[in-house]
Design a protein around this ligand. Structure first.
Ligand code: FE2
Ligand code: FE2
Length: 284
């Protein structure tokens, strides 16, 4: 692959989240979603070049084999959150909230709105898959809008033009509307680009209701949950369940401006919540 930028062009993986939040800020027209402020997010275009160039069918299958064997050791939920907290933002250590604070801002906003405990818990869990960064995965294999591999790329995917650099774009079988899938086969059968969503979904899925599965697994699938793409692969059931993905999304996007949560004060509530749904340790 020639002329690609260095492997980690974002100052921090959270710069991708900030960029997405700016893309969907209130008052911005849906058609403006591709425009961004290069000054505010200088590495974003380079990041998408890498993401779109490298997320192939073979890459996704390889990562699933590697990580869904859960050979990274056992950890509690709180242990994983503390581990994730190692991921500090070097560029702005004073003003950026820590990883645990972002998780709690999301879950606390859900709690304030009176949602059930599993929903609050899902808010806390949603970005724990970013521990992939600490397993030395490059940014483009941890964050980014997710999209199906093995079929035609929707033009609703941001920086769609960069798919020209993906080797799969030269594989005719992968470039028809349905590609390697059957019409309306259901998203469970579809391989999305690899990242933190798919990983956390698999780590926790046995302990949570199906609504939570959808929220975790598809929270970065913006082409579908924001732009309505890929309905030809979704089942009726997926479409119904996406209501929950959309219900979750504002808490992810817009809770960052909330007051910084008092992590130590809140910890006992969360320890109780984890104990209600999970065993003491999970395989990661
Ligand atoms: Fe996320
Ligand atoms: Fe998030």
């Amino acid at each position: 692959m020639n002329n690609l930028p260095p492997s980690n062009p974002l100052r921090h993986v959270d710069e991708w989240d900030d960029y997405v939040a700016s893309r969907y800020q209130e008052g911005k027209a849906a058609s403006d979603f591709r425009k961004y402020d290069p000054q505010a997010h200088p590495g974003v275009a380079e990041f998408y070049q890498l993401n779109h160039a490298h997320q192939t069918v073979a890459f996704v299958q390889g990562k699933k084999q590697q990580y869904l064997a859960f050979e990274k050791g056992k950890k509690s939920i709180w242990g994983a959150a503390e581990f994730l907290n190692v991921l500090v933002d070097d560029s702005d250590p004073d003003t950026d909230v820590s990883q645990i604070e972002h998780l709690m801002q999301t879950s606390e906003a859900i709690r304030k709105d009176g949602h059930p405990r599993w929903f609050v818990l899902t808010g806390f869990l949603h970005d724990l898959g970013k521990v992939l960064c600490l397993y030395n995965e490059p940014q483009w294999a941890v964050v980014g809008d997710t999209f199906p591999v093995g079929c035609a790329y929707s033009d609703q995917i941001v920086y769609h033009e960069y798919f020209a650099m993906n080797p799969d774009s030269k594989v005719p079988d992968y470039q028809t509307l349905y590609g390697i899938y059957e019409p309306n086969c259901g998203l469970d059968k579809v391989h999305l680009s690899w990242g933190h969503d798919e990983y956390i979904y698999h780590v926790v899925k046995n302990y949570l209701p199906e609504e939570a599965h959808y929220m975790l697994r598809y929270h970065s699938f913006y082409p579908a949950h924001r732009h309505g793409a890929y309905q030809h692969l979704m089942s009726k059931h997926d479409e119904k369940m996406f209501e929950w993905v959309r219900k979750f999304n504002p808490y992810d996007l817009y809770s960052k401006g909330a007051a910084r949560p008092n992590v130590l004060e809140l910890k006992p509530y969360y320890e109780d919540l984890f104990a209600e749904f999970f065993p003491a340790q999970l395989a990661w």
